[in-house]
Design a protein around this ligand. Structure first.
Ligand code: 13P
Length: 253
């Protein structure tokens, strides 16, 4: 079975102490991760080391960064390189979140460079895609997402692509309380997989985990994760509440 992932995206929330308390609370609650299931915590940069230490030795639980820079090293004040993340043994980094695209003008081309440098350094990108409301209203979301995939991923070899996790996050469902229906999520996930299949072949596409993001919570996770092409979720708000996120982990199929 494909890897099923419950990924927390803390975004720019919590103090160090609050982050420690949240992780302690989540670890202390009963959750059962089967071998094909993972819990991932994308925490702010200053908390990576703390999270890595707290979660070390926990089976199928991993720490992720929320971003990285596209260059190897050098005079880029304030940026964080993939080599730095690798030196902390961080296995995942979120790339191209819609908030990075919107507020920091991250283009498909820049994201292609970020994906490449992650893979060159053996860090798995969690690559985000998804359309804004006006695109959904115009019913052109398929073309929009296909372009994001083509411009940021299709330079990869099949072997490289298999290291990528994709997160479909319709922007109109992020932080709005408005979730895509499970049918809408399934439809787009199946479309993404079909696109990957056309480019890389069915066996490659079938092995790639595609997460859904946008107002996932304990109350809707079972239904959304139950869709055949949905392989877990990338969760913002509900990942900041221990009981909610544990229930979301336990909703993985
Ligand atoms: P919410 O779960 O708060 O809608 O955020 C989704 C998201 O952006 C996760 O990356």
């Amino acid at each position: 079975m494909r890897k099923q992932i419950a990924a927390a995206n803390w975004k720019m929330n919590l103090t160090l102490q609050q982050g420690e308390e949240l992780l302690d609370a989540i670890i202390s609650k009963p959750h059962s991760l089967q071998p094909h299931q993972q819990a991932v915590f994308a925490v702010p940069f200053p908390y990576l080391f703390m999270a890595q230490q707290k979660l070390s030795g926990k089976q199928n639980v991993f720490v992720a960064a929320q971003n990285c820079y596209s260059k190897k090293s050098g005079a880029y004040t304030g940026e964080v390189s993939v080599e730095m993340l690798q030196s902390l043994n961080i296995p995942y980094v979120v790339i191209g979140h819609s908030e990075r695209r919107e507020y920091f003008q991250e283009s498909n081309q820049l994201l292609a460079d970020k994906v490449t440098i992650c893979l060159e350094n053996k860090i798995q990108p969690i690559f985000c895609c998804g359309e804004p409301l006006q695109i959904r209203e115009a019913n052109t979301q398929n073309e929009y997402v296909a372009k994001q995939l083509a411009e940021s991923l299709y330079h990869l070899s099949a072997e490289q692509l298999q290291q990528v996790v994709i997160a479909y996050e319709p922007i109109w469902a992020i932080g709005t309380g408005k979730t895509a229906s499970s049918a809408q999520a399934q439809e787009m996930h199946a479309f993404i997989r079909a696109q990957l299949s056309a480019k890389y072949g069915a066996s490659v596409a079938d092995a790639i985990s595609i997460l859904y993001g946008g107002s996932v919570k304990a109350a809707n996770a079972v239904e959304i994760f139950g869709q055949p092409d949905v392989d877990g979720g990338l969760v913002g708000g509900a990942s900041l509440v221990a009981d909610e996120f544990v229930a979301i982990i336990n909703a993985l199929k």
